[in-house]
Write a protein that binds this ligand. Structure first.
Ligand code: TEU
Ligand code: CA
Length: 539
């Protein structure tokens, strides 16, 4: 029987479908493109893919604004393509996790089109509507993440509606039980199709503060990280949606109850609150809420062993039944190869080390397409910009297009992604790092990725083991992973210069012959690590 706990310690490969592979020559990736690359995905040695939204959408936020939750957008294909994707993936023993954007819909969704018409119709209470203040201004001071007030005026109702993101992404009113039921019915539609789980977009945004209280101000030094520009006022508020709303936890239970009817399916919640470590623990506690929480904490600019250790240890201390899920990159943040570059340039040895580090943390991990190729953030000129978030805050914040440019499969004009001008240009630097070239190079990051993932699979301590950190000084990070009598020592040099640490315990053997990027040497109880070196050993 298939293992229902397959997701514990799984490696999940995130696909941004617009930019993965085009098969019908319109310059936009599609589901058939994913199918055509399943053998490549299999070759990476990952357990699952998470596919970003491909549902019917006006594409104001590139699919995170959904107008039909049960259909595929024609840009990406049709429902038969999706069925085939599931079948072909499952045949290769790859699980399929899909995105579910529950907190808001598109403003083109029939629910919203009805709701906006009047204050008295079947859907009038399905979104968050509020009267203006006496002077006609919005009901409170809430701001949208993407800029400006979180309230948009609707003349038909003479009321404002709430949108935490774009104005084209009105927030559903989760206080209304009919809304929750309708949302869960949509989720079940995909469970019946045979998906293996969900990445739940912005799941802590579902419930708003029913009293509509003003958000309190936040001191400047406490602003949220992750590329938020200093002049985005959103960063200077505490937000009521992520103050423990008991209703939100109750909704997590409703989701879990549904998933329990489909054994082996998993929920991975994207929780981006101010105190996301605590919120993650809460949302995954008790064994009756979400299975996994997606951590934002390593998507930040902070790159030091102290920070990484502190983050992982804090989460470990908070988390009980829940299981963490770590990522260094995704479709919303600057690619890690650039973000953590130590001298401003992508370094392939660093990326190999980071792959080994991410794959050694306790928890599941998400690797974002192109991370296996050491792709850095692409330069997207203002004229080519697509992301509305970036267009608003340019040039202080350049938006998310730099991590969303197409996959470079080969060294040709559009990198083998498409035959025509793609929706975002393929980066010339990425073309040099293409898949075909890296396949042939035994020393490439792509082959190091594969080799590491294969080795990881053979070591249950790395998948299921406990984690225990060792006292080190910068730039070395070191910990044990322990499972079933096996103890592995994992050491990483985060810097571009050699480093060393005292070896804490005698070792049985190292794995230097086994994995190319385990390359430390021991001399008189001291471990010497080359620049961006790693060391794996058995105690
Ligand atoms: O992102 C949720 C979220 O919290 C974002 O604010 C994220 O932190 C920000 O984009 C970082 O720059 C999810 C999706 O991942 C994102 O792509 C969507 O735009 C957003 O929800 C709205 O659906
Ligand atoms: Ca296409």
């Amino acid at each position: 029987m298939a293992n229902p706990l397959w997701w514990k310690g799984a490696v999940i490969y995130q696909i941004y479908p617009r930019s993965f592979q085009d098969t019908n020559g319109d310059g936009i990736g599609d589901i058939r493109g994913i199918i055509s690359r399943l053998d490549y995905i299999k070759s990476l040695g990952v357990d699952a893919v998470w596919v970003s939204p491909f549902f019917k959408s006006p594409m104001k936020d590139f699919g995170y604004d959904i107008s039909d939750y049960r259909d595929i957008d024609p840009i990406f294909g049709n429902i038969d393509d999706f069925d085939e994707l599931i079948a072909e993936a499952h045949q290769r023993n790859i699980k399929i996790i899909i995105d579910q954007v529950l907190s808001h819909t598109s403003d083109h969704h029939p629910w919203f089109l009805a709701s906006r018409e009047s204050r008295t119709n079947e859907h009038s209470d399905w979104y968050v509507w509020a009267d203006p203040k006496e002077d006609g201004t919005p009901p409170n001071n809430w701001l949208s993440i993407f800029g400006g007030p979180a309230w948009q005026w609707e003349p038909r109702r003479e009321q404002y509606y709430l949108h935490n993101f774009l104005t084209e992404q009105p927030d559903l009113n989760f206080h209304n039980p009919e809304v929750r039921q309708a949302v869960l019915d949509n989720v079940e539609f995909w469970l019946k199709k045979g998906v293996d789980g969900f990445r739940l977009d912005a799941i802590n945004f579902c419930f708003h503060d029913a009293q509509l209280r003003d958000n309190p101000a936040k001191p400047k030094h406490k602003r949220q990280g992750r590329g938020f520009s200093e002049d985005n006022p959103y960063a200077f508020q505490y937000h009521y949606y992520n103050n423990t709303q008991p209703e939100n936890l109750e909704f997590m239970r409703e989701i879990r109850t549904l998933l329990n009817q489909y054994p082996g399916t998993v929920s991975l919640g994207e929780i981006s609150s101010e105190d996301s470590l605590a919120t993650m623990a809460e949302y995954t506690s008790g064994g009756d809420k979400l299975h996994m929480g997606y951590s934002f904490e390593l998507l930040t600019d902070d790159y030091s062993s102290r920070y990484i250790r502190h983050t992982v240890e804090t989460l470990e201390a908070n988390m009980r039944e829940g299981w963490p899920c770590w990522a260094f990159s995704n479709h919303d943040v600057e690619r890690v190869a650039s973000r953590w570059a130590t001298n401003g340039e992508v370094n392939h040895e660093q990326v190999k080390m980071l792959t080994a580090l991410l794959g050694s943390l306790r928890g599941s991990v998400c690797m974002y397409q192109g991370e296996e190729l050491a792709l850095g953030e692409a330069e997207v000129p203002y004229e080519s910009l697509q992301d509305p978030y970036g267009i608003t805050f340019w040039p202080n914040f350049k938006g998310r297009d730099g991590c969303r440019t197409p996959m470079p499969w080969q060294d040709s004009e559009h990198g083998g992604f498409t035959e025509v001008a793609p929706w975002l240009p393929v980066s010339p630097a990425h073309r040099q790092q293409n898949v075909a070239k890296q396949q042939k190079d035994t020393d490439s990051t792509l082959n190091a990725f594969r080799e590491f993932m294969a080795w990881r699979r053979a070591h249950p301590a790395l998948i299921a083991g406990d984690i225990r950190f060792i006292e080190t000084s910068e730039p070395v990070l070191a910990f044990y992973r322990e499972h079933d009598g096996e103890t592995l020592l994992c050491c990483f040099n985060l810097a571009a210069e050699p480093a060393s640490m005292p070896l804490p315990q005698a070792i049985q053997h190292d794995f230097n012959d086994w994995i190319i990027h385990s390359n430390g040497t021991v001399q008189n109880d001291t471990l010497h690590l080359p620049a961006f070196g790693c060391y794996f050993a058995k105690l």
